[in-house]
Design a protein around this ligand. Structure first.
Ligand SMILES: Cc1cc2nc3c(=O)[nH]c(=O)nc-3n(C[C@H](O)[C@H](O)[C@H](O)COP(=O)(O)OP(=O)(O)OC[C@H]3O[C@@H](n4cnc5c(N)ncnc54)[C@H](O)[C@@H]3O)c2cc1C
Length: 511
């Protein structure tokens, strides 16, 4: 917290100051200015313009757009069962969710994108539309919304983000890049937030006054190792989204006296922990391929044993499995650093990473080669003529690795995985040398922890009262507190952003 007594003068003033330019920040700014065109709205983004957009830009771009508020309330309530949010707030969120579809359609039309709906009975859906069909009122998820700017394609990368980026640029909203919000200027007695302290790359610090309020839209803490260890219990984890998300908002909320929630998530990380690969020198990671055409590969844990049916479609459930009647993260969340071991048939068959999403694939400056040959050449993929030699090259016990691969190969030839039940048609022996290994790490999509916020996106303090003029939106303090329905995060960015905008428009300005 920055004590106003330490602020000798304001360097600038706006009605609304928004920290962070991802979808939540953009949605807040657009709805605020569209509701009250007279407002002076200032968005501050920590990264430069070319690297703005946050996780929103590199996400899967899918939206959960329910049309029935009662069913949406009921379904989301069950998703949140392990860590409930108050019903009275959830009802308002659910109602707001049903208002989104026409708004998104309007934005898409303005930005030159087509709106698409994927239904559960589409012949070849790209994803599972409803993730938890066994839940009551799961038909709240009638379809998943996506956008595209290419004929015949239902989803193009970054399309939702690009829609909002263009719509924001069409409006009279001030945007400043390379500006990191480092503190909230807050009255020590009342807790009222009066503005922010911001710092640019050269170290210049400014104090900016916010007449109506400050909105924290700074995303999660996927890039902060210490927070990932402390809050999510993940070692060696790598981010799949923006490198700008370092938990700044969490720290500012803590200093502001906010009531924090939703860090450990009762054993699951709502967005899931995904196998990921970090290229040399890169801050973020690629997501490993999800749609396999070759099956001569396994994953091995730190003791060089297999630990899971590697072929199962965990993607469809955001890397959750149901065990003993309880949904939980797959073993990938606890395996730590592991290796994928494969033969040259798998190496030749397809690209080993996903193209459609992740910062590394869409924005980062390392381009993964289509045939994986560049990764062979630069040593990211470690190769050897035998499994024993491969083990030595990756620092593992040759006897242990050879035993694991031999056992797997035997079971693949027999067509029966006695250990993990991997289906016969997804098991091919690892026999076509050279043999390869790729280091695979737990990849984090998003973190969700933050402050308790109400249905008006007001941040709630440890006393239970809203902190005056402070709002949080999007992933920072998300209501995805348990299980996650595909599209729910991006939907929440828009719902919470629109709610914050309404609150700000209604707030009496500071004198
Ligand atoms: C690979 C991947 C796939 C995903 N797929 C989906 C999907 O299909 N559907 C779905 O609903 N969700 C999906 N998600 C989750 C979703 O993308 C995020 O929850 C959502 O984009 C968060 O949006 P946000 O606006 O809150 O934060 P972000 O979009 O992450 O934006 C935060 C911004 O704040 C900036 N910032 C941080 N600190 C500061 C500071 N101190 N000052 C100023 N700026 C700051 C950051 O640089 C960043 O630009 C996916 C995420 C990933 C990574």
């Amino acid at each position: 917290m920055v004590d106003p007594a330490s602020v000798s003068g304001w360097d600038d003033t706006a009605d609304v100051v928004i920290a962070g330019l991802g979808l939540a920040g953009a949605a807040t700014a657009i709805h605020a200015i569209d509701t009250d065109p007279g407002l002076d709205v200032l968005v501050l983004e920590k990264l430069d313009e070319a690297h703005s957009g946050g996780n929103s830009r590199v996400s899967g771009q899918t939206m959960f757009l329910p049309r029935n508020a009662a069913k949406a309330f009921s379904y989301q309530r069950q998703l949140n069962a392990t860590n409930p949010v108050p019903d009275e707030w959830l009802r308002i969120w659910a109602e707001d969710m049903t208002q989104l579809e026409p708004w998104v359609r309007g934005m898409a039309a303005e930005a030159g994108f087509q709106f698409h709906m994927t239904w559960a009975d589409d012949p070849a859906p790209l994803f599972r539309v409803c993730e938890y069909p066994e839940m009551q009122d799961s038909d709240a998820v009638e379809f998943i919304g996506t956008l595209s700017d290419q004929p015949g394609v239902v989803l193009t990368p970054s399309s939702l983000w690009e829609t909002f980026r263009r719509c924001l640029a069409n409006r009279r909203v001030r945007r400043e890049f390379g500006q990191r919000v480092v503190g909230l200027v807050q009255d020590p007695a009342s807790g009222e937030v009066l503005g922010v302290r911001v710092c640019d790359a050269s170290g210049t610090v400014r104090n900016l006054r916010a007449r109506r309020g400050v909105v924290l839209a700074t995303g999660g803490y996927e890039n902060d190792d210490s927070m990932l260890r402390s809050y999510v219990g993940l070692n060696d984890a790598v981010p799949l989204g923006s490198p700008g998300n370092t938990g700044d908002g969490v720290r500012m909320l803590q200093r502001a006296g906010a009531e924090m929630r939703n860090f450990t998530q009762h054993g699951t990380l709502a967005g899931g922990v995904w196998p990921a690969i970090r290229a040399p020198g890169q801050p973020t990671a690629f997501m490993r391929q999800l749609f396999w055409s070759a099956w001569s590969w396994i994953d091995i844990a730190q003791d060089s044993t297999r630990f899971i049916d590697e072929s199962a479609d965990y993607r469809a459930m955001h890397y959750k499995v149901r065990k003993h009647g309880v949904w939980q993260d797959t073993e990938y969340s606890r395996a730590g650093a592991m290796h994928m071991v494969f033969d040259d048939a798998t190496r030749r068959a397809q690209k080993l990473v996903v193209d459609l999403m992740t910062w590394s694939a869409l924005v980062g400056d390392y381009r993964w080669s289509d045939d994986n040959t560049a990764e062979l050449a630069n040593g990211l993929i470690v190769s050897a003529g035998s499994i024993r030699e491969l083990a030595v090259r990756i620092g593992r016990d040759p006897d242990a690795l050879e035993a694991t691969v031999s056992r797997y190969n035997r079971m693949a030839r027999d067509g029966s995985d006695a250990d993990f039940g991997r289906p016969a048609d997804r098991m091919r022996p690892i026999e076509s040398g050279p043999f390869h290994a790729l280091r695979v790490l737990p990849g984090v999509i998003c973190t969700a922890g933050g402050a308790v916020r109400d249905a008006q996106s007001r941040v709630i303090s440890t006393t239970g009262a809203p902190i005056p003029r402070l709002y949080s939106v999007g992933e920072l303090g998300s209501i995805q507190t348990g299980l996650y329905q595909l599209g729910g995060y991006l939907t929440e960015c828009m719902v919470s952003g629109r709610a914050a905008a309404r609150s700000l428009v209604a707030a009496p300005p500071l004198a």
